[in-house]
Every structure is written in C-alpha cells, then in structure tokens.
Design a protein around this ligand. Structure first.
Ligand SMILES: Nc1ncnc2c1ncn2[C@@H]1O[C@H](COP(=O)(O)OP(=O)(O)OP(=O)(O)O)[C@@H](O)[C@H]1O
Ligand SMILES: [Mg+2]
Length: 163
C-alpha cells in the first residue's frame, strides 16, 4: 500500500483515535493487522505504559500467530509463528528501548540475533522504534500512542515514507 492511501475502511489517517480501555487498544491492533502483510514494518512510539505492547497483542491476534505477547524487556525480539487459520504471516516483536538511542542500527542488531524468521516474510513491530527502526523498510506504519491525564489513550496511525 502506498503511503498516501487510507488505512482500510473506517480507519482514517491522521485522525486521533480515542482508546478508553486496553481492549480498545488491542482491538485497534486487530484492525490494523488486517491491513498488513509480509514485509510490513510497524513503528510504535509513546511513553512507558502507553499501550504499545497491548497494541502488539492485537496485531498478534489479528495476524493469528502463536505465543503470548508480553513486554520483551529482557529480550530484544520475540518471534511469533503463524497459527493454522491465521493469515500465515509471522510476527516479530522488537523492543528497541534497551538498544539505547538514536545511533542504534536495529537492522544490524536483528541480524546479529540470527532470528529464524525471515523479516521480509513477517510483520515486524518495533516498540520505541521511532528514529531507529525506520531504516528497516522503505515505508512504515507509525503508531503513536499518547496517554491523557484521564488515562484514555489517544492513537494516531499513519503510513510514513522513509525520509
Ligand atoms: N486505553 C488503554 N490502552 C492500553 N493500555 C491501557 C489502557 N488503559 C490502561 N491501560 C494499561 O496500561 C498498560 C499499558 O501497558 P503496555 O505494556 O502496553 O505499555 P507499553 O507502551 O508497551 O510500555 P513500555 O514502554 O513499558 O513497553 C497496561 O497495564 C494496560 O492495562
Ligand atoms: Mg511495551
């Protein structure tokens, strides 16, 4: 999908989506997963506890992959294999938080991990990926999550071309 097209029916770009409950954030992940395919990169931004992992849980459910999506605090990446009845596309869930800042070459780090999953055949979702993961792909889906004082999360979802 080229960057300028809309993200499927009902999800308009550059709109702030209000997500009152964790289930809403997860449901957004499910909807977004329906728009994704092999080789797509999702970059997640937002502060601690914003709901990035909850969103990825929705991606996993939408794609139909195995394994629990948890905060990969002590691992850099988790691989989730396709389940029967799913889309057949694996999910690689990366946490760039520990990779330490803007100079990190996520592509090289992932290469070093020698994952079983071919990234070109997977959806790759990177928490704390803004500024470090974009170089993995020509374009990426930027999911920004903010936390309002009333605890409602506000999401914006936009395709971005690598600058
Ligand atoms: N509307 C909401 N959407 C998502 N999470 C919510 C919402 N309201 C409350 N929460 C809670 O906020 C927490 C979000 O945690 P989550 O691990 O997804 O954040 P994160 O952005 O991945 O944080 P980190 O940067 O530490 O990885 C969960 O405990 C969840 O239950
Ligand atoms: Mg997280």
């Amino acid at each position: 999908m080229p960057p300028e097209t809309s993200l499927g029916t009902g999800l308009s770009l550059d709109t702030e989506l209000e997500l009152p409950e964790p289930a809403d954030t997860e449901a957004l992940g499910v909807r977004v997963a329906a728009e994704l395919g092999a080789g797509d990169l999702v970059v997640l931004s937002g502060p601690l506890g914003a709901g990035k992992t909850v969103f990825v849980r929705g991606l996993a459910r939408g794609l139909g992959v195995s394994g629990a999506v948890t905060s990969p605090t002590f691992v850099i990446a988790r691989e989730h294999a396709p389940l029967p009845g799913g889309t057949g596309v694996p999910l690689v869930h990366v946490d760039a938080y520990r990779l330490g800042g803007g100079s990190v070459d996520v592509a090289a780090e992932l290469d070093d991990l020698d994952l079983d999953t071919d990234l070109d055949a997977a959806v790759v979702a990177v928490e704390w990926g803004e500024g470090v993961a974009e170089r993995l792909a020509e374009r990426y889906l930027l999911v920004r999550l903010a936390r309002r004082p009333d605890d409602v999360r506000v999401a914006t979802v936009t395709w971005q071309a690598r600058g």
